[in-house]
Design a protein around this ligand. Sequence first.
Ligand SMILES: C[S@@+](CC[C@H](N)C(=O)[O-])C[C@H]1O[C@@H](n2cnc3c(N)ncnc32)[C@H](O)[C@@H]1O
Length: 249
Amino acid sequence: MSDPVHPKARAFGAVADEYERARPDYPAEAVAHVVDALGLGSGKVVADLGAGTGKLTRLLVPTGAEIHAVEPVDGMRAELERRVPGVTAHADSAEALPFADAGLDGATVAQAVHWFGPRWVDEISRALRPGAAVAIVYNLRDLTQPLNRAISEARERVADGAPSYASGRWREPLEASPVLAHDGFTGFPWSYDRTHAEVLDQVLSLAPISALGPHDQHEILTEIAAVLAGEPDPVALRCTTEVTLFRRR
Ligand SMILES: C[S@@+](CC[C@H](N)C(=O)[O-])C[C@H]1O[C@@H](n2cnc3c(N)ncnc32)[C@H](O)[C@@H]1O
């Protein structure tokens, strides 16, 4: 079988450090909403798909649920294993989940759904027990903020066909599913502080930019540094955490 992981997503492996340092976490209200919608607690089994360095995974630990992190890229999974003890990490992909039929009481996908091939919807439909939900979580940049706009524009310019959450294409297989039903959407606006150096690390951690050569990366970093020059250090980055729920019928 060909590698289900997009070549540009493989590039995350080289920037796990920058990713962990500079990408946003998730606000407590959004996490509480996910925990409540999934009914997580002691005795429940949940999987975090495309778990990366475990930015969402670690926030589920206090629920007491049995947590499985699915992350196929070695560099990202190694960082998760270092930072989030007590969860089981799997080197699998979302398109071939290592769980029994109806073995999960819930699932989360943070900042990753656009990288998955449509087959992931069959897999999560199989692995969720009837009545269980998958929460799709995404920190969407507030594009009214010039710095955020500059970062998004730089990513789009070099995306070269790489999938994006903003395109909405990830919704198509979910909405076509006879097994899953849309079960709500909530947005949580918030902001987080990053130093200028961390903002530049965040830019480098964007998959299409991490896949570029050093010369092209330098050009983009110079461009973002020029926007940063007019901002306080640290700077507050505004975003909305979107939580979309699909529930197994
Ligand atoms: C932007 S990161 C998100 C990481 C983490 N969930 C977070 O909230 O920070 C996207 C992750 O999805 C993973 N990924 C890409 N394609 C995947 C696939 N087909 N199956 C599972 N994970 C995948 C990447 O390796 C990467 O770690």
